[in-house]
Design a protein around this ligand. Structure first.
Ligand SMILES: [Zn+2]
Length: 145
C-alpha cells in the first residue's frame, strides 16, 4: 500500500496490465497528484549538465536555471532564461539535452512502481486515459529513485 498523500491503484487498473507481476500489490504502489507550480528539476534526480540552449546549443547556466525554477515554484513566474552566448530567451521546457525534458507546470501525476506507461503489456493506454481527462497531452518524465 502507498503511504502518505498518494492513492493506491484502483480495482480495475491492474487488469489493464498483463506484464510480469502485479504492481498493484507492491508495498509502495500508487499515484500521487500534485497541483500548483511544479518542476521535475526540483522534485528528483535530473542530469542538468547536459542541458543546452535550443538556439545555439551553448551549455545552460545551471545556477540561473535553478534560480528561475525557484521563482516558478515560489511565485509562479515562468522560468525563461536568456542564453549567455546568443541572447535567445528560452523557457525551461525548451532546453534540450540527455534523455529527459525539463517539466514545468501546475499539475503533476506521479506513478510509484508502475510499469513504464508505454509498455506493450498495457491493454489500455494509461496516457490516453490522462489525455481524455485533461483534454491535452501532458509532458512525461521518468525517474528511478
Ligand atoms: Zn544560445
Amino acid at each position: 500500500m502507498l503511504v502518505g498523500n498518494g492513492h493506491t491503484p484502483g480495482p480495475e487498473v491492474s487488469s489493464w496490465y498483463s506484464g510480469k507481476g502485479d504492481f498493484a500489490d507492491l508495498l509502495i504502489s500508487g499515484v500521487s497528484i500534485t497541483t500548483g507550480p511544479f518542476s521535475n528539476l526540483s522534485a528528483g534526480p535530473f542530469d542538468v549538465d547536459l542541458l543546452v540552449c535550443p538556439a545555439c546549443e551553448a551549455p545552460t547556466d545551471l545556477e540561473a536555471l535553478h534560480d528561475h525554477i525557484d521563482r516558478w515554484i515560489t511565485h509562479g513566474i515562468d522560468p525563461v532564461a536568456t542564453c549567455g552566448r546568443c541572447g535567445h530567451a528560452a523557457h525551461a521546457r525548451t532546453l534540450r539535452g540527455g534523455d529527459d525534458s525539463v517539466l514545468v507546470g501546475n499539475l503533476a501525476v506521479t506513478f510509484y512502481n508502475w510499469p513504464p506507461l508505454e509498455d506493450a503489456a498495457w491493454s489500455r493506454r494509461v496516457m490516453a486515459v490522462i489525455v481524455e481527462c485533461l483534454g491535452s497531452r501532458p509532458s512525461v518524465a521518468q525517474a528511478k529513485l
